[in-house]
Design a binder for this molecule. Sequence first.
Ligand SMILES: NC(=O)c1ccc[n+]([C@@H]2O[C@H](COP(=O)([O-])OP(=O)(O)OC[C@H]3O[C@@H](n4cnc5c(N)ncnc54)[C@H](O)[C@@H]3O)[C@@H](O)[C@H]2O)c1
Ligand SMILES: O=C(O)C(=O)C[C@@H](O)[C@H](O)[C@H](O)COP(=O)(O)O
Ligand SMILES: [Zn+2]
Length: 354
Amino acid sequence: MSKLNVELGSRSYPILIQADILNTKHLLSEFVGNNRLVVVSNETVAPLYLKRLSDAISAPVESVIIPDGEQFKNLTQLESVIGKLLAKGCGRDTTLIALGGGVVGDLCGFVAATYQRGIPFIQVPTTLLSQVDSSVGGKTAVNHALGKNMIGAFYQPKAVIIDTMTLSTLPAKEFAAGMAEVIKYGIIYDSNFFCWLEANATKLTSLDPDALNHAIHRCCAIKAEIVSNDEREKGQRALLNLGHTFGHAIEAEMGYGNWLHGEAVAAGMVIACRVAEQLNWMDSSEVRRLINLLQSFELPVSGPESMDFSAYMQHMQHDKKVEAGSIRFVIPTGIGNAVVTSEISEQLLQQVLG
Ligand SMILES: NC(=O)c1ccc[n+]([C@@H]2O[C@H](COP(=O)([O-])OP(=O)(O)OC[C@H]3O[C@@H](n4cnc5c(N)ncnc54)[C@H](O)[C@@H]3O)[C@@H](O)[C@H]2O)c1
Ligand SMILES: O=C(O)C(=O)C[C@@H](O)[C@H](O)[C@H](O)COP(=O)(O)O
Ligand SMILES: [Zn+2]
């Protein structure tokens, strides 16, 4: 088993990574004490993994099951989950366990942050995207029609338990979406990791256990370090938003769920790199390497044909990185480095976005 730690003083927590960790007896006992346990999952993941998780916990477990899809990461569903917890009589001595991908994790985390002013929760992520990104760092949220993750809280889990074996049932398109966030870490932070991804793309697609373990471990280590330094995104954490200003605009414009989050981030990262290329911050060979790597996972490398400059601008005004009315963009300065800047002219954006 590999173990990492998110260092946040009294709110620090471990990330445990292991194939088949869901077969470990008394898996969560050190994190839950005598609390009542409620698993929040969805109608796809629960039939696959809820029994295994319950068996591993070796204590009574209740569950709340939500419908599957990004379009259900909303206030209606939040209220519904809270209503079910109230109907069960759950008090503050309840720990929630998010079993599923980023949608379940973000929603369950926000329920935990708000239910009776806050109860503990544990992340058990089952998609590649959630194992490398969303389960770590405590960004919890639901979407609003006008923007992604517009209603939420920073609220850290008590532990992140990653069973890499769960990826064996993940649809290929969802695996690819997770790879977009994996590649993001290479661009913003670690050029060696980017080179490693170029060399190991085939192994990753075929779910080679060692390659998967290395990629998940490296991503979690980078995210743990960034979050430990900047929990509330006052500085460096904003780099994790590479591709998201454009990507979130795509998700909202196309209707939540029609473009997967990772697909939109893939297209958004290429757009950010095209901006960098125009500024001579990145050379075209580096942009080509990103495109090639994304394409090796069959990810999109441009936004939807139907979206033009004004459609992007309309959504990007709501981006959470807007400061004093200016949109701040994460722009790479090469493979392995990126900066946050508000100095991107509308003219340049129009040129890149069309
Ligand atoms: N909080 C954060 O820091 C953060 C970071 C990145 C993304 N996100 C959010 O995460 C969400 C995307 O997460 P996602 O890509 O995991 O999508 P998801 O949660 O919708 O899961 C993708 C699909 O895979 C299914 N699934 C999950 N695990 C499975 C398994 N093991 N086997 C078979 N099917 C499985 C799900 O039911 C769903 O249909 C977005 O809402 C995004 O905004 C949050
Ligand atoms: O953890 C972070 O910080 C990130 O930005 C990770 C992103 O991959 C993730 O999609 C996040 O939810 C986006 O955050 P938002 O603040 O732009 O909604
Ligand atoms: Zn993301």
